[in-house]
Design a protein. Sequence first.
Length: 478
Amino acid sequence: MEKADFTYILDKAEDTDTKKSLNPDDVWKIAKEHLKLMIGSKTFGAIFRKVYIENIQNGVAQLSCDSDFKKQKILKDHLPSLKMALKKASNMNLEVELNVAKEEPKKDSGYEYVDTGDNGQINIMSQIDMDNKKKEQMFQESNLNPKYLFSNFVVGANNKLAEAVAEGIVKDLGHYYNPFVIYGNSGMGKTHLMQAIGNEVLREDPTKRVLYISIEQFLNEMVEAIRTKTNQDFRNKYRRVDLLIIDDIQFVEDYPHTQEEFFHTFDELYQANKQIVLASDRSPQEIKKLSDRLRTRLLGGMTADIKTPDYETRVAILRQLIEENNATVDDKYVDFIAKNIQSSVRELEGAMKKVISLCQLGMPPTEETLAQMLQIDIDYKRKKIPSGKVISAVSEVFDVKPADIKGKGREAYVAECRQIVMYLLRTELEFPLEKVAKEVNRKDHTTVIHACKKIDEKREKDSRFNEKIEKCLTILRE
């Protein structure tokens, strides 16, 4: 795109009337060109599209944009550049007032300038319009949700590695972390992080072909392709992307033919240095019916787990949600929800959204009302869980017979499962030591103390083991 002739615009704008009162449209046309030079065309297109000057008066430029996110981004990262561009366009040190438009902002008309190379006139906005349309098209084809960004993903000890790898992928697509497999329990933020990668890649380069799907959608499209004899179209769709993101990959284990098709798609993308990002509820090693060659491919890249967030991270997630909704919520609600909902970020956010809605309606809930609303019985929740459910949960997750847990066998694996049961009875159900020992047919309460200490230590050191404990807790709290 050719450089704008600012002199032409200024000469047109600076008549007797505009010297007395600045024309907002003329100022903004010039300011935008300066902004593009300062922050780059790509960033300008992503951030300042649908931003307009509504009025200039009393030394203040009143601007409007189309989203609160964009407003916060401009004020946080681009305010100095915006003020400088406005100063160059108006010869005034204007303050900035930025508001979110309640209605669709007015359409910006293209404007013309004289090309210094010849006497013809060209529209310098046409290229921006074309770029924006192409970006919108690429975004729609990607299936990405625009709300999932790195900027609103709360990083804590539970997901620090996964987030760092995700950021690294954007900087060097298809090389160091390929494939990237994120795993963890449902509701931990895997989908958010995966889509943040896709959104950031498109923000950096709208020409990149990004596709986000679930494995179920992949399966359905494959079946439809077989039915309609359009197999080649199906393969082309998935093998010509720069970034393929697939959610819930664990479900592929039940469909051998889908595994076969996915394997060939995976191989072709990998050989072409195209990025693959996958999410699962468990590590590839724990997906039992996965073919060996596909399992080897998945483990050949980078894997990172997302654990249950700790209390501090849960509080940070809730406070960010409050800020995003421009709400005011008492800290007692944040503390209450963070302490009582531990196993799912999705449930955590859902609970806070209910509180935000009530507070905005002027009906803040009491602690008792909130407990009922969240189906939490503070005093009796743990006491209502039968001990048999603990044994059943450990049996299911760790693949051991309930009779063995309560038996006399001393095999290392069975003994560890027995210790896990003791640990959960003690920490989750708050049983006395003697009662815990009795539940697993043991007489000495010191065995229970030893078991709790050992399981606590292993949870800290072994992330996979900790994930299994969390699965047991999820079953108990259902």
